[in-house]
Design a protein around this ligand. Structure first.
Ligand code: PMP
Length: 388
């Protein structure tokens, strides 16, 4: 981001200025090769060092245990909606839990907004037997909208705590609706927990050992668009007898990606390189704990302003209000366009809410400086005083 604008976009989104400057500095001569990173073979030693270092740094940042693999894949987080289901249906440890030929094998989805809903729909589309544990838009407790998480008493797992499901799936932060889990949902130890952390990964410490799979598109907290980060417990990589599951595309096969160190085919070299630079930056900021600390300061500023306002209203209450994407509705919706235009004129960009929900959305990702939030809050205060 240049110094003169404030980028509140939901993704692709702001990257640390120092990371962009470093990439610019190294752009024409990557690792003393005399070539740009864009021109270097993915099989070359310098690129190999880059991807291995990125992997090691991501492992350190998220304290990923040794019995998990890290994969850098393509197709965006959306591709993982399918890959998760295909891979887990093929996994020997899962197949062993169900009698041979057992069909359908239930998979449990916790639906908190657009992204978990899309994931559930994709699995169903491919033939999964999807059990919706809850859909927050159908719960009175969340006002029949995606503004929170229904109480556990309303959840309907397959078996106790999902015991009879192959896996339990949820999205840690709903980017469109601004709903974020404040805890990891407890599931039965026999099932596998799968989580989409696309829009809050590396923004706080996480106990990876609770999960079978965690994945994230990079283009919010981790780097540019084009690479998807997947963490998978190694025992889930081994396939069952091929006669027991539906064959699926090799590009979706985590086992193949892992066996080839994410280099089965040509990976998105530039995007992976950029993630490596972002990991270095996060490390310099005190790691993911440092990011959580900075996030607290940014949220406190914005949430305090929201609490005292009569114009700005966030439909998502604590504790599920996202720390990453704050959705704001104006009590006078006709002022929205004026608000956005005024913000734009002052260099505050990409504040428009997702096309499906409208309103304003303030994304507070890792790389967004506190100063940008201060600028926005000042503008919000002045705008309210002027128009209300
Ligand atoms: N999950 C979440 C939480 C997201 O925010 C997004 C994209 N904004 C996706 C999945 C889909 O990601 P992609 O566009 O990389 O497929």
């Amino acid at each position: 981001m240049s110094q003169s604008v404030h980028n509140f976009g939901a993704g692709p989104s702001v990257l640390p200025a120092s990371v962009l400057a470093r990439a610019q500095h190294e752009f024409l001569n990557f690792a003393d090769t005399g070539m740009s990173i864009l021109e270097v073979s993915h099989r070359s030693a310098p690129f190999d060092r880059t991807i291995r270092q990125a992997e090691a740094n991501a492992r350190a940042l998220l304290a990923i245990p040794d019995n998990y693999s890290i994969l850098f894949l393509q197709g965006g987080a959306t591709t993982q909606f399918a890959a998760v289901w295909y891979n887990l249906m093929a996994a020997r440890v899962i197949r062993e839990r169900f009698p041979p030929g057992a069909s359908p094998i239930p998979v449990d989805y916790l639906v908190t907004g657009t992204w978990s809903k899309k994931a559930a729909q994709e699995a169903a589309h491919l033939g999964a037997s999807v059990n919706i544990v809850f859909d927050a838009a159908k719960s009175a407790a969340t006002h029949h909208t995606y503004t929170g998480i229904p109480p556990r008493s309303e959840w309907q797992f397959s078996g106790p705590d999902g015991r009879d499901a192959a896996y339990v799936y949820y999205c840690d932060n709903e980017t469109v609706h601004g709903v974020e889990w404040d805890h990891v949902p407890t599931v039965h130890p026999d099932t596998i927990l799968v989580c989409d952390m696309s829009s809050n990964i590396m923004s706080r410490p996480v106990d990876v050992s609770k999960f079978g799979i965690v994945y994230a598109g990079a283009q919010k907290n981790m780097g540019p668009a084009g690479v998807t980060f997947v963490v998978i417990r190694n025992d889930l990589l081994a396939h069952a007898d091929p006669s027991t599951f539906t064959p699926f595309p090799i590009m979706l096969d985590y086992q193949v990606a892992q066996a080839n160190n994410s280099l089965y085919n040509t990976p998105p070299t530039f995007a992976i390189y950029m993630c490596g630079l972002v990991y270095d930056w996060i490390q310099e900021q005190g790691g993911v704990a440092g990011m959580a600390e900075q996030s607290r300061a940014k949220c406190a500023l914005l949430n305090t302003a929201l609490a005292r306002s009569r114009l700005y209203l966030c439909p998502v209450a604590e504790p599920y209000r996202s720390r990453m994407n704050v959705v704001i509705n104006l009590t006078q919706p006709d002022l929205e366009e004026t608000f956005l235009k005024g913000a734009q004129a002052l260099g505050m960009l990409q504040l428009k809410g997702h096309r499906s929900v409208g309103g304003i959305r303030v994304s507070l990702y890792n790389a967004l400086p506190l100063e940008s939030v201060r600028t926005l809050v000042d503008y919000m205060t002045e705008f309210e005083a002027e128009h209300l």
